[in-house]
Design a protein around this ligand. Sequence first.
Ligand code: MIC
Ligand code: SF4
Length: 641
Amino acid sequence: MGLTIAQKIIQKHLVSGEMIPGTEVGLKIDQTLTQDSTGTMAYLQFEAIGVERVKTELSVAYADHQLIQAGFMNADDHRYIQSVAAKHGIRFSRPGNGICHQVHLERFGVPGKTLIGSDSHTPTAGGLGMLAFGAGGLDVAVAMGGGPYYIQMPKIIKVELTGKLNPGVTAKDASLELLRILSVKGGVGSVIEWHGEGVKSLSVPERATITNMGTELGATSSIFPSDENTLDFLTRQGRADAYVPLDSDPDAVYDQVIPIDLSELEPLIACPHMPDRVVKVSEVAGTPVDQVCVGSCTNSSLLDMLKVAKMLKGKTIAPTVSMSVSPGSKQVLRMLADCGALSDILAAGARLLECGCGPCIGMGFSPVSGGVSLRSFNRNFEGRSGTADAKVYLVSPETAVAAALTGVITDPRTLRAPANPELPDSFKIDDSAVLAPLPEAEALSAEVLRGPNIKPFPVAEKLPETLSLTVSLKVGDNITTDHIMPAGAKILPYRSNVPKLSEYCFEVCDPSFPERAKALKRSAVVAGINYGQGSSREHAALVPLYLGVRAVIAKGFARIHEANLINSGILPLRFKDPADYDKIAEGAKITLPDLYEGLKKGEVTLVADGIKIPLVCRFSPREQAYLMAGGLLNHTKEAAE
Ligand code: MIC
Ligand code: SF4
């Protein structure tokens, strides 16, 4: 039987397990990336593992999220990451060099290789034919030490693209269309492979927009073939030697096939506060807009920025709209400056922000109270922009610019959009902001520089036979990691300081949670479907752990978050019958007896007020061992003793 692209890459990297969907496979990881918001924790954990030199082919530490230095904290985090990277054989991409996914695509991604990153949008590299996964920091630390990365062997969803995009319709609209079809949990357990004639008309940056947005489907990863467009992109980046062709076998079998005709697509928009609340732009046209942001790892390539510049050239943005532009990398920014396009953007009245995540993670440029913000980004979760009552919509850069010019949501096809810009033959290659690690001989004696903001991370104790807990919080469906552990300019500076960070845990849902959980000492959280969707931040597990949460009982979990819970020693338990969710109230006293036996059987019983509720806990032997030991680090220590 033939194989799909993802299956071929998995087969080549398989170190344990069999390629049977739903069962655990261990994969050899060729490359890793971290960013600054998750990187401090990942490197503290890497140091705790005690490996001197990374064992991957390439590991890069990026600094892109925590760019506003209002106080010493972010600068200290960057200095720590720079020094720890230099010591252990990791390249350091300096603040200002760009967003990890954009820079990795430009300078380091290789078709056919595996990549894990401590950021959920790491699958962006699938635009180049790389099999890339978002992961918790601890998993990245293990991979840097040469250990495998474990996933459940995914099902493969094929998107069969036909036709070509019409003017004013973009790759972003194709990804929004898939979100409309599948929803934010429709990709769970699957890799999305993009195939068909329509693929040929999409350049690598356009493909990367699509693979980036695949994260919002809950997908394990997303990937495109590696073909002449891939070679073209790598050649322009001076990296033609990294090219290998990759495609699925003609007789490959897919678990599901979704056809999308590019020529039938219209400009689409995701309404507040979920990326799958997708409607046609024309349906909400006329809504007044306060803010427009172009950038983020989804839409900050040179191609995107040149389109923006062409649309803005000679025009002025509406006086009621505040517009920001954040190019994805220093390469993009310098090329924009050199060709004069940056001048067109500035002349129109847009504000230039640094090459980084910026407003996407609420690091500055928060909208006005109750404001409507149109963003070329990937997430519009409640409160994420930094303004609690803002209404964030997700759109293509073209739709964003159309609104900036008119002051209201506007279908870009109604403005005579200029033709697509031509990309230059060769890109400006300047890797001077990527610092090489120290040579091994010097590295041994090199000091790692830690500031006062860097505090130890919590570690769970061994799992007891019985857990008696109080339900400290009950939440609904699709709770994101931005609900559990919000980010933004105020909170991100404490990503290396769990005690301080804990003051903001679940702030979006219930600001009284931290105090209550602390007072209870040991508690459980009850949740609906798709708990922990969104980011890879393991702080969404470590901070509740610090506050005494020992179990999360939900109707279902998002992949990366469930792995983070297991790695940190918190039990993720599922209701056998989702209707039982209604039987447990906040404040309920619950007991989980016979946990050792239950973990082996795959089922434990929750006892509360005389009622018994069956919970499912089907974990691989590896995951059971982590949970019994109180997390991955405890398990590693036990194994070494
Ligand atoms: C995000 O987009 O939510 C982030 C911020 O990039 C996160 C990582 C983090 O929380 O630091 C992600 O996507 O994993
Ligand atoms: Fe940065 Fe936003 Fe991309 Fe996350 S989604 S990596 S915050 S640009």
